[in-house]
Design a protein around this ligand. Structure first.
Ligand code: AMP
Ligand code: ZN
Length: 461
């Protein structure tokens, strides 16, 4: 069955044609490990996970590369401001390496909680300084880059076309362009490949231009080229990466080898919080750990994210999380009912459902449509083992662990389960006093509770 992707590069939905049928090569821009990953970041990670799972459902082998940005990503996402890693190190009184290690560990814990598969290759920018340097040197040799007193810049005027991916109008932008960071830059849209380090800069390496450090965009070009070659199948990231990071990756690759690095560029839309942006000042930056601490199963968040297509905005609310948590329970119960079912269903019925599910996921990863089919199977009045098997097959894509029992539900009296539910509501409403009261009550009735990464664990004392 054909797979269709909305390709940012061509602005069309296109049938997917792999370069090599034997193995699909994918590059995903990974996290900059200077702070906690938010549930918004995780929405993008879930979309990338679905892409992997859908390709595998279609029988493909995958070579997926994800980078870890631990140097060079400046606060502005462009050429201005401090390195995010250094800023964070200063604020948290740690070294950039400690910051990177700490947030990388937390990032992978989040992936685990969401049952997101780890790409075949995970590569750190600071482990690839040599490759990046070689890439920049080639660009200089080929005349695509020039040196100023502060950096080595890519010269966009040397390209036949810039921009390619985004709708930037260079003329419009020039008029209102911000004050240049470096007046020696030839064009406002030239961007830094390599940056000369001021004295006392915490991260710097020797280079033909003295102690310096890489720009953010070069790491993805150099690591993509190293692990996937000059051209691969799919490049993914969040929608915000289109106009700068991905545009500039394409520019670098065109200068380096004359090619656009990937054939299909897929971008995930943003997660909104109560209809607006997630921001520290609004106090609405949520992490997967917050979801866990409020007593939800993190996988309910994954299910919640399937309520919108990855190319559409998704609005997060705690009411939405409540509904998703209930849906996950219904899904698990529905699966169990089929598992214990004794009725027979025609193979034709199974095949029809399977085809509809397959068509939905192949239609540009249409998860809301695919979930519609899942719910039809769950609700089917005939309870049959065949349906249970089908649901397990679907779960290879959903990654919701539908066959896993909720630990808290085993052999625990109804009364205690109800108190746990009440406590969940209290925690949701940030009513910590009530939450503590309920915990004490549960304890007094002979049960211990513990909030773990898989939900609330209940054990008999
Ligand atoms: P940041 O940590 O802001 O640099 O973001 C890292 C990646 O997560 C970026 O590629 C963004 O596209 C993605 N991202 C950040 N915020 C959100 C959000 N609210 N919804 C979806 N993706 C996001
Ligand atoms: Zn990247």
């Amino acid at each position: 069955m054909d797979i269709f992707f909305s390709n940012t590069l061509t602005r069309k939905k296109e049938v997917f044609k792999p370069i090599d049928e034997k193995e699909i090569r994918i590059y995903s821009c990974g996290p900059t490990v200077y702070k906690d990953a938010t549930i918004g970041n995780m929405r993008t990670s879930i979309f990338q996970d679905i892409l992997r799972r859908v390709l595998r459902y279609n029988g493909y082998k995958i070579k997926h590369v994800m980078n870890i940005t631990d140097v060079g990503h400046l606060v502005s996402d462009g050429d201005e401001g401090e390195d995010k890693m250094i800023k964070s190190a200063r604020e948290e009184h740690k070294s950039p390496t400690e910051i990177a290690e700490y947030y990388t560990k937390l990032f992978f814990e989040d992936l685990k909680m969401l049952n997101i598969e780890i790409p075949e290759i995970v590569c750190k920018a600071t482990d690839h300084i040599k490759e990046m340097l070689e890439y920049v040197e080639t660009l200089v040799e080929k005349g695509y880059a020039y040196e100023t007193s502060t950096a080595i810049y890519f010269d966009i005027s040397k390209l036949d076309k810039y921009p390619i991916l985004s709708n930037l109008n260079l003329e419009d932008q020039k008029a209102g362009a911000r004050v240049e960071v470096d007046p020696e830059k030839k064009n406002p849209y030239d961007f830094a490949l390599w940056i000369k380090a001021p004295e006392n800069h915490l991260m710097k390496w020797d280079s033909p231009w003295g102690p310096s450090y890489p720009g953010w965009h070069i790491e993805c070009s150099a690591m993509g080229q190293k692990y996937l070659g000059e051209q691969f199948d799919i490049h993914t990231g969040g929608i915000d990466l289109i106009p700068t990071h991905h545009e500039n990756e394409i520019a670098q690759s065109k200068g380096y080898c004359g090619k656009i690095p990937a054939n299909y560029w897929l971008h995930g839309e943003y997660l909104l919080i109560n209809g607006g942006k997630m921001s520290k000042s609004l106090g609405n930056v949520y992490l997967i750990r917050d979801i866990l601490e409020r007593g939800y199963n993190p996988l309910s968040y994954k299910l919640f994210s399937y309520s919108a297509h990855y190319r559409n905005k998704l609005n997060f609310t705690w009411e939405g999380m409540n509904a998703a948590e209930k849906s996950l329970e219904r899904l698990k119960n529905g699966y169990k009912l089929h598992l214990n079912g004794t009725e027979d269903v025609e193979d034709k019925t199974i095949k029809e459902y399977e085809e509809r599910f397959h068509k939905a996921i192949n239609d540009d990863l249409n998860m809301p449509l695919a979930m519609g089919v899942v719910w039809e199977v769950i609700r089917n009045e005939k309870k049959s083992l065949k349906f249970a098997k089908l649901l397990l097959k679907f779960d290879e894509v959903l990654g919701l662990k539908i066959e896993e029992e909720d630990k808290e539900k085993e052999d625990i009296p109804e009364e205690i389960l109800n108190l746990i539910e009440e406590r969940k509501v209290a925690r949701n409403n940030k009513n910590w006093e009530e939450s503590d009261r309920l915990r004490d009550l549960i304890n007094s009735k002979g049960y211990n509770i513990k909030d773990t990464k898989d939900g609330t664990e209940v054990t008999k004392k």
